[in-house]
Write a protein that binds this ligand. Structure first.
Ligand SMILES: Cc1cc2nc3c(=O)[nH]c(=O)nc-3n(C[C@H](O)[C@H](O)[C@H](O)COP(=O)(O)O)c2cc1C
Length: 193
């Protein structure tokens, strides 16, 4: 994850390629219950930060915010639970009760997360930097209002995209905690072995 960017513009063709790949992510039942808000106009990008950041922090941004605000492109991947419940009520699936307890994990978030990874990988392949991060819960409604995200879609996070700088920006969690050993997280045959 890159948390500082040069302010040089990003080639729109790269964002087009990234979203082209995103909508080819694996997704349950080919439900495609996702939507991607792309902000590449400086006024929209500025409005995003104004909508998600306390005015005091905006006036005196820390290292993280300073670097992130340089990113000329922001993508907000959104997932739609409603789309999945509706899709799985179709005749070839047949869960006509649209009962949410049929879903042990929320595939709508998983699929949109997979699409988000394809965006990250595509722009990284193109030599750009990117960072995925969350929207503070109390700011989600403001983002919806500011950019017209419908009630049937939930932003699952945010991706900043831009040209890398030498610094790459604020240090991430891997500088503060070690990567877990592979043998501690990969279990062959039985958990713990
Ligand atoms: C769901 C999710 C939420 C994240 N939230 C933040 C965040 O709020 N701020 C941030 O700087 N990075 C955030 N990250 C980036 C992680 O800190 C980063 O991926 C992790 O520390 C591993 O570092 P690496 O991706 O650079 O290898 C998030 C990543 C994910 C997948």
């Amino acid at each position: 994850m890159v948390r500082d960017y040069a302010t040089d513009p990003v080639d729109p063709a790269i964002i087009e390629r990234a979203t082209h790949n995103a909508v080819r992510a694996p997704n349950a039942g080919f439900s495609q219950g996702w939507g991607f808000l792309v902000l590449d106009d400086p006024a929209d990008v500025r409005r995003f930060w104004e909508t998600t950041t306390h005015a005091d922090d905006l006036a005196e941004p820390d290292e993280w915010l300073t670097g992130m605000m340089h990113a000329p492109v922001i993508v907000v991947p959104c997932s739609s639970k409603a789309a999945y419940l509706k899709r799985y009520a179709d005749p070839d699936k047949g869960w006509t009760d649209e009962d949410e307890t049929r879903w042990p994990v929320p595939f709508w978030h998983i699929d949109t997360g997979m699409a988000a990874l394809l965006i990250l990988q595509t722009v990284t392949d193109e030599g750009l930097g990117a960072c995925y991060f969350g929207i503070p819960p109390e700011r989600v409604a403001g983002v919806r209002d500011a950019f017209g995200i419908p009630a049937t879609f939930d932003p699952i996070g945010v991706i900043t995209i831009g040209h890398r700088t030498a610094s790459e920006g604020a240090a991430g969690s891997p500088t503060r905690r070690p990567r877990k050993a592979q043998e501690d997280v990969v279990h062959h045959g039985r958990w713990g072995s």
